[in-house]
Design a protein around this ligand. Structure first.
Ligand code: PFF
Length: 459
């Protein structure tokens, strides 16, 4: 880590790319994407998703990168420096990230729980995968172990970022390549299982009649979540970049890596699900209970399952650190708080919300404290947090960011910053200008409104 005016910087170009890709590649790619792709129609959903990433995802990411790098400040400070009436856009992002992190660390903890379960007690997991998953979450008593693993995961996240960008960079440089190798290995294994071709054709068959408003909203929310957009995290990371890094190519590389990982995860999970004839459940159970059925049915499943949860854990920790860094940078730089104390206080509050998230999955239901999933009148707390962030706050954050860059700061300033004042080529600059000014706000705005007017069924 080198320092300019007492502010950390990434030590190398590749360190930044792997850290930003580490933030983007996470539970969203491996835990959320395959289930959504399955539920929203396979091939047609993939196409919608790719179009959204190519048009909206890349341009919002470039907008965030340029705001961060221009100002070398956290999300709130950056917006304030460019136009002090709009610092609240950064604040909205930090708040969204904070809410996401509260449950993200819990799911990261579940992944660690499953690593241990696959090593020490796989027979019990496989005896009844859904019962095992629900027991972990408290269907038969207080879920102490799951909560403890959530705490371990949060503590690890905090520990890594006490070392600032140096910790993040070191971790990402080691874990991201390992993650890629593991993922490709698992995907090849899955696609070569007998019967996998049915799953492959489901993922490759395009039938647009499966696409409705919910599917498009799902794809948009998923794209923002997956690319870590709308939360000021990419602004914060880019603020640690030196002024002559090429933001055009960085945007392209990070978006491509993230999307490849989501696709690989889809092609790792869906063919295996078809090959083993397991009905793919949705939501949180997908990555845990459903996949247990898959691992159980394939040769070497215990080892492969363990590798999968390591993969999930690596993906999660390189993302959770980025969100905590975004929140910490805001408080330290804007409120003048001390870094370690800030991290500690943030973690205490995060953990309290996270405990409620895990308890709301099963324990509160059996205790009758919370409304149950059956006859869903009001979403349970966990679903509610995901609704709020994926369907509303993330798209809103991205919506205001593009309005800000398109109409207040100006796309020309953003393009100058992206190309380091003409040092790098940006052939698509006119397209970027047009999309960030018109397409992004209109498309994102329309989808947010449609989601609110026509209801938001979670998928
Ligand atoms: N992009 C991460 C994922 O796909 O799991 C999640 C995430 C990281 C969301 C960082 C938001 C964020 F700021």
């Amino acid at each position: 880590m080198s320092t300019t005016e007492n502010r950390a910087e990434f030590g190398s170009k590749i360190g930044f790319i792997l850290s930003a890709a580490g933030s983007a590649v996470g539970l969203g790619n491996i835990w959320k994407f395959p289930g959504k792709a399955y539920a929203c129609g396979g091939g047609a959903f993939l196409i919608i998703y790719l179009i959204i990433v190519a048009l909206v995802g890349t341009t919002v990411m470039m907008a965030e990168f340029t705001i961060g790098r221009k100002t070398h400040k956290n999300a709130v400070g950056a917006l304030r420096e460019l136009n002090n009436k709009f610092a609240w856009i950064g604040g909205l992002g930090v708040l969204t990230g904070f809410i996401i992190l509260s449950y993200y660390c819990q799911v990261g903890g579940w992944a660690m729980y499953y690593i241990v379960a696959y090593i020490t007690d796989v027979a019990t997991v496989w005896a009844d995968p859904m019962a095992y998953f629900l027991n972990m979450l408290g269907a038969n008593g207080f879920p102490l172990a799951a909560l403890a693993w959530g705490l371990v995961f949060l503590a690890l996240t905090a520990f890594i970022i006490t070392h600032g960008t140096a910790g993040i960079e070191k971790m990402s440089t080691i874990l991201m390549p390992v993650l890629f190798v593991l993922l490709i290995g698992l995907m090849i294994r899955s696609c070569t299982l007998p019967g996998a071709d049915e799953g492959l054709s489901y993922m490759l068959h395009v039938d647009f009649s499966t696409i409705n408003g919910t599917a498009i909203l799902t794809a948009l929310g998923q794209a923002f979540f997956s690319l870590s957009l709308g939360m000021g995290v990419m602004m914060t990371y880019a603020s640690y970049l030196s002024s002559d890094d090429n933001l055009v190519s960085n945007t392209a590389i990070v978006c491509t890596l993230d999307t490849l990982v989501a696709l690989f995860a889809g092609f790792m999970i869906i063919p295996a699900v078809f090959a083993t004839g397991i009905a793919p459940g949705m939501g949180g159970a997908f990555g845990f209970a459903t996949l247990a059925g898959v691992f159980m049915a394939i040769p070497g499943g215990q080892f492969i399952g363990m590798l999968f949860y390591f993969l999930l854990f690596f993906a999660a920790i390189t993302s959770s650190t980025s969100i905590l860094e975004g929140c910490t940078a805001f408080l330290v730089e804007e409120k003048g708080t001390e870094r370690k104390k800030t991290i500690l206080v943030l973690c205490v509050v995060l953990y309290i919300i996270g405990v409620l998230y895990t308890l709301s999955q099963a324990y509160m239901n059996i205790k009758g404290i919370w409304i149950s999933r059956e006859g869903l009148q009001f979403p349970i707390f966990g679903d509610f947090l995901e609704y709020l962030t994926d369907r509303l706050l993330l798209p809103l954050g991205a919506f205001f960011t593009t309005l800000f860059v398109g109409w207040i700061w100006g796309p020309d300033n953003s393009i100058e910053e992206a190309t380091s004042y003409g040092k790098y080529k940006f052939t698509l600059a006119p397209a970027y200008k047009f999309i960030v000014k018109f397409i992004d706000p209109i498309a994102i705005g329309a989808i947010i409104v449609a989601g609110m007017v026509f209801g938001m069924s979670i998928s």
